[in-house]
Design a protein around this ligand. Structure first.
Ligand SMILES: [Zn+2]
Length: 268
């Protein structure tokens, strides 16, 4: 990786913060599991490198685990995961934080700093065009133990495109085992193209609506009310000013940690 000179300080600063965070606590099995996945070739870690916590059986599609109040609420409001959702196993109080539309040079590092401070791992569904513009940020995300998913090249509504354009948008995104359609706009064709690209479609359980900039308090409330073991939470590190997201993330991670939650990257 060749870094423009201006990026070097940024990279060094983030890695320094992360090193401090790592030094502050002994490493956990979770960390080693993430590292195992992250150490595979970009986008195509051999199956054997995937943590046992995410074994095949535990990725079986089902809605059966949506038994918490938050799950029922999500189903009522139409934001429940589709049949393609994952059941990630009964691993205790684990939450899967996801950030879409980055990387973005101002807000992605701030999100990474908050995550490092709280010893949290997350999944970044990046746009191909932004990843191409800021490859160093994608590299940093991976080096810190986070996982990276494909969010298409240019963030279109895929169901409005021709099959050829759908393929171009998905295949030109980043290498990953996961794909997330922009706007949750998907159909059988989109999913089939993702599958042909060896990517599993990943939606979410809890929509914080942070992109509407409703205020940090509302985003924080959405995270805290939506949280339940195994929940996939949607936020954004790109697409605009994410100050509210960063503030809400800081406060909610403090509270969720106090409730006994840990934060892992999806097996992407
Ligand atoms: Zn998006």
């Amino acid at each position: 990786m060749t870094l423009p000179p201006g990026k070097l300080f940024l990279v060094a600063a983030i890695l320094f913060v992360a090193a401090l965070a790592q030094a502050a606590t002994p490493s956990s099995p979770q960390t080693s599991g993430d590292r195992l996945v992250a150490s595979g070739p970009a986008g195509q870690p051999p199956a054997k490198l995937v943590s046992a916590k995410f074994s095949r059986q535990k990725l079986t599609s089902t809605r059966g685990h949506r038994t918490t109040a938050a799950g029922r609420k999500n189903q009522r409001t139409g934001t429940a995961a589709t049949a393609d959702d994952w059941t990630l196993g009964n691993d205790g109080k684990v939450i899967y934080l996801t950030f879409d539309d980055g990387p973005q040079e101002e807000w992605t590092p701030k999100v990474l700093s908050v995550l490092a401070r709280h010893h949290a791992k997350a999944t970044f569904f990046v746009l191909g065009r932004e990843a191409a513009a800021h490859p160093e940020l994608v590299e940093i995300e991976r080096s810190l133990g986070h996982h990276v998913g494909n969010h298409t090249w240019d963030h279109p509504m895929l169901t409005h495109l021709t099959p050829q354009r759908v393929k171009e948008e998905i295949f030109s995104g980043v290498k990953s085992k996961c794909f997330r359609p922009p706007y949750r706009d998907t159909n059988a064709l989109v999913e089939a193209v993702a599958t042909a690209n060896h990517q599993r479609q990943v939606l979410w359980d809890v929509d914080t609506n942070d992109w509407k900039k409703p205020g940090a308090a509302k985003i924080e409330r959405a995270i805290l009310r939506g949280a339940y073991p195994g929940a996939i939470i949607l936020m954004h590190d790109g697409g605009g000013n994410r100050a509210e997201t960063v503030a809400a993330l800081e406060r909610s991670l403090t509270q969720l940690t106090a409730r006994g939650y840990t934060f892992r990257a999806l097996p992407c």
